[in-house]
Design a protein around this ligand. Structure first.
Ligand SMILES: Nc1nc(=O)c2c([nH]1)NC[C@@H]1CN(c3ccc(C(=O)N[C@@H](CCC(=O)O)C(=O)O)cc3)C=[N+]21
Length: 289
């Protein structure tokens, strides 16, 4: 078998076009554009690239992009004051503090300081709790983007065996919650999992989010399985995912790197910002995304 390569870039463009329609509705009915504030501390070049592409996509969707670039020696107090100011600013519907923060800053304290109803990253413990208990709230962008791709490829996910490799708060855990919500049988594998190849072999759906280049091998894959690659590893060969591309000989469908999950992350960020603006303005979107 040779896998269908899932075009995340095209799917994300479609989501962004739908977001732009919703943005136009909010602008008409509320008389203002949704606003996304992005905070970048320090000079990490990879982070600067992401922040720039987020800003561009935000403006292209018709929203206001508010960028705050702070020096690497910014103190906890200064950053918390900026978060307070953005929480209080009525023009700001979404706040994203780019992670990782420089080592001297307390990431958890910053995330917890963001108003949960402006937390478009879905990283605040209140939003993690809402997701875990089935309450409405913001869902982390990367796992939600993966879920949209899976539904598009497979339709109803009910009863599928899903294996999530990785247990991080930003991908693995929320991904598992979302798959449970769609009635999958979910296994979360991690560095202490015994016989990972055998665990993966059972899966109809594999989501790899570990940050180890080409770790998932073709002989681990159940023929026809759907593979979602969240990994972005910079190697001598360029950008490489967590799934060996040779898995395409066995899988039914898989996402490429780049052009798979990454573009979906940004599309969902814009979607979450639109949803926040609509909620804050008491607007019901004509076409929910
Ligand atoms: N508070 C916060 N929220 C985030 O959502 C967040 C963050 N911090 N810190 C960094 C990670 C990383 N991230 C990506 C977004 C888009 C692509 C993306 O669009 N990638 C393209 C191109 C990759 C490239 O060429 O570098 C692709 O996969 O095709 C990748 C990675 C969001 N992150």
């Amino acid at each position: 078998m040779t896998a269908r390569i899932i075009d995340g870039k095209a799917f994300a463009a479609d989501v962004r076009a739908q977001v732009a329609e919703g943005v136009a509705q909010v602008a008409r009915e509320a008389g203002r554009k949704p606003g996304l504030a992005v905070v970048l501390v320090g000079e990490d070049p990879a982070s600067a690239v992401y922040v720039r592409s987020k800003g561009k996509a935000t403006v292209a969707a018709g929203m206001e992009s508010i960028e705050h670039r702070l020096p690497a020696d910014t103190t906890q107090d200064m950053l918390e004051r900026l978060v307070d100011q953005l929480n209080a600013d009525p023009a700001v519907d979404g706040i994203l503090v780019q992670l990782p923060l420089p080592g001297h800053l307390d990431e958890s304290a910053i995330i917890t300081r963001i108003d949960p109803d402006k937390d478009v990253d879905g990283f605040h413990p209140v939003n993690a709790g809402r997701l875990a208990t089935g309450l409405p709230g913001f869902v982390p962008c990367t796992p939600y983007g993966c879920l949209l791709l899976l539904r598009d490829v497979l339709g109803d996910l009910s009863g599928k065996d899903a294996v999530v490799i990785g247990r991080s708060n930003i991908v693995g855990k929320p991904m598992a919650q979302l798959l449970i919500g769609d009635s999958c049988t979910v296994t979360v594998a991690h560095s202490r999992t015994r016989d990972l190849p055998a665990v993966v072999k059972r899966a109809d759906i594999v989501v790899a989010a570990v940050g180890r280049a080409k770790m998932v091998k073709p002989d681990w894959i159940k023929p026809g399985a759907t593979l979602i690659d969240v990994g972005i590893n910079r190697t001598d060969e360029g950008l490489v995912g967590d799934i060996d591309p040779a898995c395409a000989d066995v899988a039914g469908a898989m996402t490429p790197v780049p052009g798979g999950v990454g573009p979906m992350t940004i599309a969902v960020l814009l979607r979450n910002t639109l949803v926040s603006a609509a909620r804050r303005e008491g607007i019901t979107l004509a076409k929910p995304i």
